[in-house]
Design a protein around this ligand. Structure first.
Ligand code: ATP
Ligand code: MG
Ligand code: MG
Ligand code: MG
Length: 432
């Protein structure tokens, strides 16, 4: 008999199959029992009867604890009442492992601290299954997009000899005789070097920021996709970002809408996400916020609440461009029409999910870059290799960073970012 995954069982209606997986819940009475089964590809209800299994086996099944592991054999039977359209009528049960203890996550409601403490087990729940599937589809779509567009994947390093862009939130590590090095806050500077070698490049990897504030949008370790393109202007850059985000949403709707529906996501909101996206300047954003009752002043950075207020005005991601130079990183190209602002943009997700992308055209003139490093009190000598990129074949170039977990939280409709990554590292949690 063939071992078939739940996701493929629909093609085997009426056939006898073997299932290998786990029991996540059960209801067993005198003669008939309903086993809620999962195998990592989906969930299905299994039906057992005392008359088929025999007295002895039925008794054993009755004693199975939640999260027992089982191999069962039976017939796939069409059932319109089932959310997957079929059931498994079981005639053989092989018990691989029946836990001796009750499963810790067995109540309807558990507090978030308890769940995070048991994240290694919590991942087995339906909800987490659906989130992880969507995350997988998002990352798959990102890679596909870049492959289609002719980008080369460049893996940027995690240990970095210089502070990425701001000293405030870096993790310092002792690195042999070298002394202090830092965990990457971004791979951008390295990606810029790669763009001068290969033209269109991207990365996808973890980044680390010692974020001291507790928000529902910040993780300490998060995954970022960055892209960098030689000869791209600020305009080209914005177009690339909206094309990427539209592509990702489209692919997730194609490949994972069942998962989104199971999460209670309003799909119609995602169906509207198509490029081009609305664009406003930072200055317009400040005016809009003031009109909506905020007392934010020109020159202040937008906070999470400001981003939420702005997102209420749009049903697509909104691109806010040209922030004041003083609130942005040292490498951003000043706007030739107004040197107080830089050729940057943030993409703000709809429905209050905040900034998903930070982007800019990069300074490509060596002297301007040195001046900006000094203004930001960054040690120029540690950026020699980066300055070399402006000494040899320097060209205007642009790029951005997309937060993977922010994107997952938005597309899944999660209230908090901690569920958007398998094992979240937050201010007070590195276990499990
Ligand atoms: P924020 O303003 O929300 O703190 P940022 O401007 O510091 O974000 P960038 O340096 O622009 O972030 O990083 C690029 C992207 O990485 C952001 O647009 C966001 O999607 C994501 N990101 C940044 N910090 C975090 C974090 N601590 N946890 C999860 N994602 C993050
Ligand atoms: Mg930040
Ligand atoms: Mg920001
Ligand atoms: Mg940013």
């Amino acid at each position: 008999m063939e071992w078939i995954y739940i996701k493929d069982m629909k093609k085997h209606i009426g056939e006898k199959v073997e299932f290998r997986g786990w029991l996540w819940n059960k209801r067993v009475s005198g003669k008939i029992g309903f086993l809620q089964l999962r195998d990592g590809t989906g969930f299905v209800q299994g039906v057992v009867e005392k008359s088929t299994l025999g007295e002895e086996k039925y008794k054993e099944v009755k004693k199975l604890k939640m999260e027992s592991s089982l191999i069962v054999r039976g017939t796939v039977v069409e059932d319109q009442r089932s959310p997957v359209g079929f059931e498994l009528h079981i005639d053989e049960v092989e018990i691989v492992h029946n836990p001796s203890e009750d499963y810790p996550i067995s109540k309807k409601e558990h507090g978030i601290d308890f769940l995070m403490e048991h994240r290694h087990l919590w991942l087995r729940s339906r909800r987490q299954f659906h989130i992880l599937k969507v995350r997988h589809e998002i990352i798959k779509a990102i890679r596909e997009f870049y492959n289609n567009e002719g980008f080369v994947l460049i893996d940027t390093p995690i240990f970095t000899g210089s502070i990425g862009e701001s000293a405030g939130n870096t993790f310092e590590i002792d690195y042999f005789d070298y002394g202090k090095v830092y965990l990457a806050q971004t791979g951008q500077l390295y990606l810029e070097a790669a763009a001068m070698a290969l033209g269109k490049v991207y990365n996808l990897g973890p980044t680390f920021r010692a974020e001291k504030s507790k928000t529902r949008r910040h993780l300490i370790e998060f995954w970022m996709n960055e892209a960098e393109v030689a000869y791209y202007t600020h305009e080209d850059n914005m177009r690339l970002q909206e094309n990427l985000v539209s592509y990702v949403v489209k692919k997730v709707l194609e490949n994972a809408s069942e998962n989104l529906v199971a999460l209670g996501r309003d799909i119609s909101k995602l169906e509207k996400i198509e490029a081009p996206f609305p664009r406003i300047t930072y200055t317009e954003a400040i005016k809009l916020l003031n009109k909506k009752g905020s007392d934010i002043q020109w020159g202040e950075d937008l906070g999470a609440d400001d981003e939420t207020l702005i997102s209420e005005e749009f049903d697509k991601p909104v691109i806010i461009e040209k922030y004041p130079k003083s609130v942005k990183a040292f490498y951003m190209q000043p706007d030739p029409e107004n040197p107080d602002v830089v050729l940057c943009d943030d993409m703000i997700a709809p429905e209050g999910y905040g900034e998903i992308i930070g982007a800019s055209e990069r300074i490509w003139q060596e002297d301007v870059l040195i001046e900006r490093l000094k203004e930001n009190n960054l040690p120029v000598e540690e950026y020699q290799w980066y300055l070399d990129l402006r000494k040899f074949g320097s060209v205007p170039h642009s790029g951005f960073g997309l937060g993977i977990e922010r994107t997952v939280a938005w597309i899944c409709g999660l209230k908090h970012i901690r569920e958007a990554i398998p094992f979240a590292r937050t201010l007070y949690r590195v276990y499990p």
